[in-house]
Design a protein around this ligand. Structure first.
Ligand code: NAD
Ligand code: UGA
Length: 477
């Protein structure tokens, strides 16, 4: 029987660990919550007095940090003392795709999960509940359990350590993380031991209705997370595949999405066509699912999910080709403005952002890019583009072909085209008549997020192309 949980430690202070623990600390004032990370710079940013320097941008996060930090929420690099003190430990470390060795390019790299488990095995005191928050392949609990048990066998029998592993995957989406955590559609807890499951239920019960807390066996919980992400990504690829057909046939993707989505069996969410899904998880989680299917000899299932990734890549390349064609077949010496670099609005995260691939394609075509994103800093944009283009051309001079702008007026100046890649709210308010005067004619706007109001184009010289719109919206004047 576990003791009453008093202290929670979270290993990993990233996009999941930081916001999740801030919400737990906010809702459970009786708990002490410690978030630990190996990355000293990241922890220093979480502890910075200037809350604009937090490593994660999420609406609502700053307020929670202000309310809890230093009271019952702490950020630390001291893994030993944090683990020692905790009765419950969340593992929220990154689980990227393996880059080398067996399963490279598909399997999940569990090195950070493994090292977290080893730290827990070494430093934990008494009975500890270990919660998998990271997204991991089904059966990972077995790996964690093996590491924890072997430590017990080795040297620490006398210290009376014991462990229970639970799976409780996180379903938050970036940009809405705080709201998702405060009002989750469900909390999933997988495990074998009722007492430990209830210890975690007791924490969530402080703000989540008990009927929203789903209890399953541990493998169902692990597999449900991969399946949920695969289904979400599949919807994006499905609507994106139809966006291309709309462009050929005169249909309008937003009308099709509405008509299809009002069938309650299908549902209206997650049917927005765009430049393809990005983010750190969809691609890696589907690759992981593909690997697991192949491992169990389910090649047809693996091929089925692979198509979701293929359509995603195809959509990004398709957009680049449309731009090149509209700009007379060549981008050499043309200036293209990019509005938005984050993989979606309301986050500063650029991992797997479609902007990376699309900008790389445009640079390879000879364009000069001027990029503006309200939340992504210059360093991150340039690093992302360097990594991506240097995989194609080692000697590519990024600094002479890319400038980072501080406003959308700046990117418009002298440009031949503007591409909208992230659906930031600000971009919906742009006065296109002002922008039109700054651009070089014939100028094009490529709205890859379907956010601009066509009425604002009526009095301009601009040509406009909207993703998924079959009607030929060229120049409305
Ligand atoms: P992240 O890269 O932002 O953060 C992970 C952190 O773990 C890093 O700061 C890293 O330094 C730290 N870390 C790694 N090994 C460590 C160790 N041994 N000890 C201490 N710290 C260590 O990753 P993230 O986006 O927060 O994702 C974490 C996990 O949650 C992944 O498995 C991901 O698939 C899953 N997930 C992510 C999201 C999301 O929106 N980002 C949502 C749900 C689930
Ligand atoms: C996604 C899931 O939504 C979360 O439930 C999950 O916890 C998380 O992955 C994870 O495991 O990391 P996230 O990647 O943060 O969250 O953001 P989403 O809102 O899912 O968007 C992912 C990508 O799909 C973005 O590039 C977004 O622009 C794109 N998208 C989403 C569309 O193109 N159309 C849509 O209708 C929805």
């Amino acid at each position: 029987m576990p003791n009453k949980v008093k202290t929670i430690c979270c290993i990993g202070a990233g996009y999941v660990g930081g916001p999740t623990m801030a919400v737990i600390a906010y809702k459970c004032k009786h708990l002490k919550v410690i978030v630990v990370d190996l990355d000293k710079e990241k922890i220093a940013s979480w502890n910075d007095d200037d809350l604009t320097k937090l490593p994660v941008y999420e609406p609502g996060l700053k307020d929670l940090i202000k309310k809890c930090r230093g009271i019952n929420l702490f950020f630390s690099t001291n893994i030993k003392s944090s683990v020692e003190e905790a009765d419950m430990i969340f593992i929220s470390v990154n689980t990227p795709t393996k880059e080398k060795g067996l399963g490279a390019g598909e399997a999940s790299d569990l090195k950070y999960v493994e090292s977290s488990a080893r730290s827990i095995a070494e430093y934990a005191v008494g009975h500890t509940i270990v919660v998998e928050k990271s997204t991991i392949p089904v059966k990972t609990a077995e790996v964690i359990q093996t590491i924890l048990i072997s430590s017990q066998k080795n040297k620490v029998k006398k210290s009376n350590k014991s462990f229970t592993v639970l799976s409780s995957p996180e379903f938050l989406a970036e940009g809405t993380a705080i709201d998702d955590l405060l009002n989750p559609s469900r909390v999933l807890i997988g495990g074998e031991s009722e007492a430990e499951i209830n210890a975690l239920v007791d924490i969530y019960k402080n703000w989540v209705d008990e009927e929203k807390i789903i209890k399953t066996n541990i493998w169902s919980s692990e597999l449900s997370k991969l399946t949920a992400n695969a289904f979400l990504a599949q919807r994006v690829s499905s609507i994106n595949s139809i966006s291309a057909l709309c462009e050929k046939t005169g249909a309008d993707i937003s009308e099709v999405a509405q008509a299809v989505g009002t069938d309650y069996r299908i549902g209206k969410n997650f049917l927005k066509s765009g430049p393809g899904f990005g983010g750190s998880c969809f691609k890696k989680d589907i690759l992981n699912l593909i690997y697991i299917c192949k491992f169990y000899g389910l090649d047809e299932v693996a091929n089925y999910w692979n198509q979701v990734l293929k359509i995603n890549q195809w959509q990004q390349n398709r957009l680049t080709n449309i731009i090149v064609k509209k700009l007379f077949g060549t981008l050499t010496s043309k200036k293209i403005g990019i509005l938005g670099f984050a993989f979606k609005a309301n986050t500063n995260d650029t991992r797997e952002s479609p902007a990376i691939n699309i900008c790389t394609n445009l640079l390879l075509e000879g364009a000069h890019l001027s990029i503006y994103d309200p939340k992504v800093n210059e360093k991150k944009i340039l690093e992302n583009l360097k990594d991506s283009i240097h995989a194609e051309i080692d000697s590519f001079e990024i600094n002479s072909n890319v400038t980072i702008a501080s406003s959308y007026e700046q990117i418009a100046n002298g440009s031949d085209a503007i591409l909208i890649l992230t659906e930031w709210e600000d971009f919906k308010e742009i006065e296109w008549s002002n922008i039109s005067e700054l651009m070089r004619n014939p100028a094009w706007i490529f709205d890859c997020r379907d956010i601009v109001d066509l009425d604002k184009f009526r009095e301009t010289e601009l040509n406009i192309w909207k993703l998924g719109h079959g009607s030929n919206i060229k120049n409305l004047k």
